[in-house]
Design a protein around this ligand. Structure first.
Ligand SMILES: Cc1cc2nc3c(=O)[nH]c(=O)nc-3n(C[C@H](O)[C@H](O)[C@H](O)COP(=O)(O)OP(=O)(O)OC[C@H]3O[C@@H](n4cnc5c(N)ncnc54)[C@H](O)[C@@H]3O)c2cc1C
Length: 552
């Protein structure tokens, strides 16, 4: 029986992203999809900045940028007063990311672009018409049974990634429950040919949330059509195309608006997460692990981060650079993020849109108006909404109201802490070429020494899977032997942004999250810290007592 290192079940966006992660590290993988082609359903259409960063690492960003629609302004509109309550701006993320914008692209187009790279792969394969029937774990591998056009087939895999969607067969077989709720209300998603740019009476941005207690609407501009998301109340009949068209005309206040239906689908609205994300050698990812209401466009984006978090850990274990306990950190890190995205982002969005009480609506409008004007709050909102603010902080500190108010008034970016995603700033390499910091984590860890190069810091012995570089405001002279490893930080902007103490070392993981911040006096402990991080599930103490060293 053929045995492969990694089997990915499901060729949806998350399964494809997982495949591309193994492609990135050149570890053989196979994807098994039950259908004869990729999805053509009108589902996700909004890709957030953090996912774009991941797509760059996975080598598919060029096609996505070519086909998608970029914009950096989301509107929250009150239907009663027809006023824009808040503009959420993404461009304040320009110092953080190469992609300070949202990109709209239908999920079907995205999947096709991702699959294109997998079809060219020499180490990976996307197998269509292979329905997983059962899975069994034996000592050091899993045995998978598939139904294929030529009969039943078996396959062995060291690890299995369940990316088989909301109705996951694997999750059912493992007896894993989903906790949370399914709302009685459903969702209509309809794609139309319509000219809203000129005929809606206002210039609509490419993502607008129109608030209304009964008939809220989300407008999403796609590269070749407009998409509307409308709630269907619990006892209401499924609307016909003409009823939907009338609704749209009412919302944009244009009773004669020419409008043509392309496609329409009805979906249940859930917010549920799996009670367990790992069972031995099997992991749940994407919708198999979390179902998030489409309000907020977070389901697919959260799933892309799942793949980015888990893949490098599996690669390190398969290469014997890490112990299998490292894999337990996947659930510990990702489950709280999925719960947060489902409850505190998507659900809160839904509640805010359909508020009924006039007092609450007035309060909401005041708060949003205030957020619209406060630079600090705008930055915080964009940081969180873009998912660039996703953090695996071991003990997250929730800012108190007072500190939030202070940040709102005086725009202060928080320093980068252990668990945070490291910002992707611009640096100059030794040849003077402009590079992004994330370029240096494409293949593994980065140990970034924030030290004055003139003090000739010792970078120590080499470590498997780690590149070492200095972040400096002074170029390294040729007689220091550090020239090749020094990255020039123009005006010290990146150093200021991360709030680094001179002499500290940032150990950044391949998924761009900070694994450790090590003080200058603990620099010699870097190999110990690296190896202990990789061999234990949780390691939070500093190896020496009092120091700045903090570890994820
Ligand atoms: C209306 C709507 C709008 C949305 N908008 C957004 C948005 O704007 N942004 C966003 O981030 N998210 C959005 N989402 C959510 C997003 O569509 C999902 O989160 C995303 O599709 C999840 O991807 P997945 O790969 O985990 O699962 P799926 O896309 O469900 O893929 C699972 C795949 O597994 C295959 N499969 C299942 N069982 C088996 C088996 N036994 N053997 C082999 N293959 C199998 C299926 O055929 C399928 O191809 C939206 C969802 C809806 C419904």
């Amino acid at each position: 029986m053929e045995r492969i290192p990694v089997a990915i079940i499901g060729g949806g966006p998350v399964g494809l992203a997982a495949g591309l992660e193994f492609e990135r590290f050149q570890v053989p993988y196979q994807i098994f999809e039950e259908d004869s082609g990729l999805s053509s359903k009108p589902k996700a259409g909004t890709i957030l900045p953090r996912s774009l960063e991941i797509f760059r690492q996975e080598g598919v960003i060029q096609g996505i940028l070519r086909e998608g629609l970029r914009f950096d302004e989301v509107h929250f509109i009150d239907r009663v007063t027809d006023k824009i309550l808040m503009r959420m701006l993404m461009y304040p993320m320009a110092d953080e990311s190469l992609y300070p914008f949202i990109l709209n692209l239908p999920q079907s187009d995205l999947e096709a672009l991702m699959a294109e790279k997998i079809y060219q792969s020499k180490i990976g394969r996307l197998n269509l018409r292979q329905r997983l029937l059962s899975i069994e774990q034996v000592e050091d591998h899993c045995v998978l049974q598939f139904e294929t056009p030529t009969g039943h087939e078996s396959m062995e895999a060291e690890y299995v990634l369940a990316c088989d969607g909301g109705r996951s067969v694997i999750r059912h077989q493992l007896g894993i429950e989903m906790e949370g709720v399914t709302h009685p209300e459903r969702f209509l998603v309809a794609d139309f040919k319509v000219d809203l740019d000129r005929r809606s009476g206002r210039q609509l941005t490419y993502l607008s949330y129109v608030f209304d207690p009964e008939e809220w609407v989300i407008f999403v501009r796609q590269p070749r059509f407009w998409r509307f998301l409308i709630p269907i109340l619990p006892d209401a009949a499924e609307p016909t195309a003409s009823i939907v068209i009338e609704k749209i005309r009412r919302v944009v206040k244009n009773p004669t608006l020419p409008i043509e239906l392309i496609d329409m689908g009805i979906y249940n609205v859930h917010h549920r997460t799996a009670t367990k994300w790992q069972d031995g050698r099997i992991f749940l990812l994407g919708d198999a692990a979390h179902l998030i209401t489409p309000v907020g466009g977070l389901g697919l984006n959260t799933g892309i981060q799942d793949a980015n978090n888990l893949a490098w850990k599996l690669v390190w274990v398969l290469r014997k650079w890490a112990g299998p306990d490292l894999l337990r950190s996947y659930e510990r890190e990702r489950a709280p993020i999925a719960r947060f995205n489902a409850r505190n982002q998507a659900e809160r969005n839904r509640d805010v849109m359909r508020m009924k009480s006039p007092i609450k609506r007035t309060m909401r409008n005041i708060v949003l108006g205030w957020m619209d004007r406060a630079e600090g709050l705008q930055w915080q909102a964009a940081h969180m909404r873009s998912l660039l603010g996703t953090s695996y902080k071991p003990t997250p500190k929730k800012p108190g109201l007072f500190s939030q108010l202070k940040t709102a008034r005086r725009f202060v970016r928080p320093p980068v802490e252990v668990g945070d995603r490291f910002p992707d700033g611009e640096v100059l390499d030794s040849k003077g070429s402009t590079r992004r910091l994330h370029d240096f984590i494409d293949e593994g860890f980065l140990a970034l020494y924030v030290q004055d190069v003139r003090t000739r810091p010792e970078l120590g012995e080499s470590l498997e899977g780690v590149q070492k570089y200095l972040l400096t405001r002074f170029d390294a002279a040729f007689d220091t032997n550090l020239r090749e490893q020094a990255l020039y930080d123009k005006g010290g902007r990146l150093i200021r942004r991360i709030g680094a103490v001179d002499g500290s070392i940032y150990l950044i993981r391949p998924d761009s999250h900070v694994a450790a911040i090590i003080s200058e006096k603990d620099a010699h402990n870097l190999p110990t810290i690296y190896h202990r991080l990789l061999s234990t599930e949780v390691f939070r103490e500093a190896p020496t007592g009092e120091s700045l060293t903090a570890i994820l």
